[in-house]
Design a protein around this ligand. Structure first.
Ligand code: ATP
Length: 470
């Protein structure tokens, strides 16, 4: 193993151990020996994921006039997955290694070798459906009518509500979303019984998606697709991911999902430790042109060549009537789909840095973008045995907490308190000292520059908000 490689794999272990030690991510069900590839988000991880969701929702829904939000069920009528094609085709090619019995995804193998034992003695690939099955109601488990799935994507919940959103939004003035193009966004859990989950929170069986279906006129789809690809890449830059670690990947025809005309992935450099540069990259989000496949397949009207209904179960026609051209058609759909968890992982990896001080001590600094930092400000008393200083620090924390996530900490010397906040990416530390009791001012320290500024307590909220650029 080369020196760089060794350093980089240690680096990743450091990130995983930091995540556990500081309450970002814990292995799930740990007291019972864990559950393969399931993770729980601790206090700081929950804040980080909330920040990702909030930033995406604000950008996608609040800051636009043409997109509305939705929160649909995780368990849907089984027919949704029949007509979406998931029952038939939502599979991964599964192979078994005949030497060590490991189950593997055929499309993720390197040179057709088992990564566990190196053998090439593998079975023929067979399709394995990734949808989790369960049963509704108190019926016997083998009752086929009671079979349902946990959703493997949030998108279908949007398609089956197309008419609901269209009709309810039509009445909305002045900005209705009833006219094309318009979009519906949703954030929620999805479930896939992945054959080879792993790499920390990169691939898990339960995860969270942020998806938006953007309905456009056929013919306007290609331009809208390109605009969303560019906008999504920019969004990741805006929340602090560096351009060097992002790239666009055009899916070749043979990789495209059954509904897709074109799909471009935004990839992140999740695996910098790999020797081959090409293998550093993996998907952070996908932006697909799903054509009119979904609205058409869930509609009652389309017929085959013999005039037989393609979907005899649907009770609605999900087409759109264009008042201007007096034409009826099935809109095309552009779908930006990102993962909350993969975004959180990319943010943590991108922010991780180490700094060595004059004494040769190495400290971790998480250089998270201010908007993503779990804690925005920590208020620290310089002397915890001085009731006036402690009282003042606690009062400042209370005054800040309605406007930003603020914490109070007095469980160590000031150097240790700073280091603890740097490690979790807190952009600002506010120190209350003896002088503060006289001049009603505090010292504000910047995480990245380590510069200190004296600020009047009465100016502190405005000062911090300005520094956050809001
Ligand atoms: P992959 O090729 O990695 O299996 P995918 O192309 O099947 O992913 P999509 O269906 O496009 O993924 O889902 C959109 C996003 O949801 C992905 O870009 C990723 O961020 C997230 N995602 C998908 N599967 C998982 C998973 N098993 N664990 C965590 N996040 C996931």
């Amino acid at each position: 193993m080369t020196a760089t490689l060794l350093f980089r794999s240690v680096f990743n272990l450091r990130l995983v151990s930091l995540a556990k030690r500081r309450g970002f991510v814990y292995p799930s069900s740990e007291i019972y020996g864990g559950l393969g590839s399931a993770w729980d988000y601790g206090p700081l991880g929950a804040e980080l994921c909330n920040n990702v969701r909030a930033a995406w929702w604000r950008w996608m829904v609040h800051e636009r006039d043409d997109i509305e939000g939705l929160d649909s069920s995780i368990i849907l009528n089984r027919l949704v997955w029949k007509y979406s094609g998931h029952e038939e085709t939502f599979t991964d090619p599964l192979v078994d290694c005949r030497e060590c019995n490991t189950r593997l995804r055929a499309d993720k193998l390197d040179d057709g070798k088992c990564p566990n034992c190196g053998s090439k003695n593998l079975t023929e690939p067979r399709p394995f459906n990734l949808m989790f099955r369960t049963h509704v109601g108190a019926t016997a488990e083998d009752d086929a009518d009671a079979l349902v799935y946990l959703r493997p994507e949030t998108a279908q919940g949007i398609f089956i509500n197309f008419l609901n959103v269209l009709n309810t939004s039509r009445r909305k003035l002045p900005f209705g979303v009833a006219k094309l193009p318009f979009g519906v966004a949703q954030i929620g859990k999805s479930f896939r019984n992945e054959v080879t989950p792993g790499n920390f929170i990169f691939r898990t069986r339960e995860f969270e998606q942020m998806e938006m279906e953007y309905f456009v006129r056929p013919g306007e789809d290609e331009q809208a697709h390109q605009e969303w690809i560019d906008a999504c890449r920019q969004w990741f830059l805006d929340i602090g991911i560096s351009a060097d670690n992002l790239r666009l990947y055009e899916q070749p025809k043979e990789e495209l999902a059954h509904y897709a005309k074109r799909t471009v992935d935004i990839q992140y450099r999740f695996f910098p430790e790999r020797e081959d540069e090409e293998r550093h990259w993996d998907e952070l989000m996908g932006i697909a042109n799903r054509t009119d496949f979904d609205l058409r397949t869930h509609s009652k009207k389309p017929e085959d060549a013999e005039g037989k209904r393609l979907n005899p179960d649907s009770t609605e026609d999900l087409s759109y009537f264009d008042e201007q051209t007096k034409q009826r058609f099935y809109p095309y759909v552009i779908e930006p789909a990102a993962g909350v968890n993969r975004s959180a992982l990319a943010l943590l990896m991108d922010a991780y840095s180490e700094k060595t001080n004059d004494k040769g001590e190495t400290r971790v600094i998480l250089k998270l973008h201010h908007s993503m930092a779990p804690i925005k400000v920590a208020v620290l008393p310089l002397a915890k045995n001085k009731p006036e200083i402690v009282g003042m620090a606690k009062a400042i924390k209370r005054s800040l907490q309605p406007i930003m996530r603020a914490v109070y900490d007095d469980t160590g010397g000031i150097g240790k308190l700073y280091a603890r906040q740097d490690e979790v990416g807190t952009p600002f530390c506010v120190t209350v000292d003896h002088q503060s009791l006289e001049d009603e001012a505090v010292t504000v320290r910047d995480r990245d520059t380590w510069e200190q500024e004296r600020v009047k307590v009465s100016d502190l909220p405005t000062y911090l908000l300005q520094r956050f650029g809001r």
